[in-house]
Design a protein around this ligand. Structure first.
Ligand code: SF4
Ligand code: ZN
Ligand code: ZN
Length: 311
């Protein structure tokens, strides 16, 4: 099969539109799609300095590559959190450094152990006492640190590499739980307000397979080592469970997420309740007195103290 735009052989046929493209035209197509998403949702309006969250994986590599190459007038800084998960974190850190070098991007590295006194590996060991699945704890930790470090870097926008499949899985999971609050906090852009930097998702309308292919064709540095805890994660299971849905109804996830952003989320925002105040310990935004991150830290210290006493 030939590329729809030239005479070269097609490397990909887009499952939701039937468009066949060669490598070069696919790269152009993907970058334009991401740029269109950034424009459509006005992600960079009023951006001063933009932090790019670089996990070491393919999604954030593809996201950072498009941002740095297609939004030239802006100042970008890469941010990587070293989660302290054996072998996975080392490989991720290496990939993040190589990507930053390739893109000419300054990279700030935040080692969880040095800066916050714990690692995800330790939290995993104490997960029962912490009463939450490890990915839920890790997700909260990453959200908190990315926001805090973005503000510390005097940036007002934080870009993350979440793709359409990630976002669809999370939205579906939150719907199944009836968690309106979490659904209200979803979407391609979370505004800069109440102590939060604006959080943007340039890959919001790009499938995981599309980002992966872009990164592969351009040979962007990224790790193939998977987090050992990803296997049982809810988003991983949701992705597996909904693969068939996308095969039967090509473009289903994209249509669903556009419906969520345009019709559903505005209703939820209208009905939003609760006031955002400041955490009495760290000063970051919270709906209670102490934020979830500080509550986690004090719980981790308790658990560690108890386990030392038990020994
Ligand atoms: Fe964290 Fe879970 Fe992702 Fe591993 S799979 S990095 S524990 S959120
Ligand atoms: Zn072509
Ligand atoms: Zn706090």
């Amino acid at each position: 099969m030939k590329c729809r735009k030239c005479d070269r052989p097609a490397r990909v046929v887009l499952h939701y539109s039937g468009l066949s493209l060669c490598e070069q035209h696919y790269v152009e197509y993907f970058a334009k799609r991401v740029c269109d998403c950034v424009e459509r949702y006005r992600m960079l309006r009023g951006a001063r300095r933009v932090v790019l969250a670089i996990s070491g994986g393919k999604d954030s590599a593809a996201m950072a590559h498009v941002m740095v190459n297609f939004f030239k007038g802006l100042e970008f800084v890469g941010l990587h959190i070293d989660l302290g998960i054996p072998s996975y974190s080392d490989a991720s850190l290496r990939a993040a450094k190589n990507l930053a070098k390739l893109l000419g991007l300054p990279l700030v590295i935040v080692p969880l152990r040095d800066n916050y006194g714990f690692t995800i590996e330790e939290l995993h060991a104490h997960r029962r006492a912490l009463l939450r699945p490890i990915c839920s704890i890790c997700g909260m930790v990453k959200r908190y640190i990315l926001n805090a470090e973005t503000l510390a870097l005097r940036a007002n926008v934080l870009a993350v590499g979440h793709n359409l499949d990630d976002e669809f899985s999370v939205a579906l999971h939150n719907m199944s739980l009836g968690d309106f609050e979490a659904l209200r906090k979803g979407g391609p852009v979370l505004p800069e307000e109440n102590g939060f930097a604006r959080r943007i998702k340039p890959l919001y309308e790009s499938y995981e397979s599309e980002a992966r292919l872009y990164a592969q064709i351009l040979k962007l540095p990224s790790t193939t080592v998977k987090c050992p805890y990803s296997k049982g994660a809810t988003t991983t299971r949701m992705k597996e469970a909904t693969r068939r849905l996308e095969e039967l109804y090509p473009g289903f996830k994209l249509r669903f997420m556009r419906f969520y952003v345009k019709k559903l989320k505005p209703l939820l925002v209208e009905r939003a309740e609760g006031v955002i105040s400041r955490c009495a310990i760290c000063g970051m935004p919270t709906s209670g007195t102490i934020c979830s991150f500080c509550r986690l830290r004090s719980r981790v210290e308790d658990v560690k103290r108890k386990s030392v006493r038990a020994v």
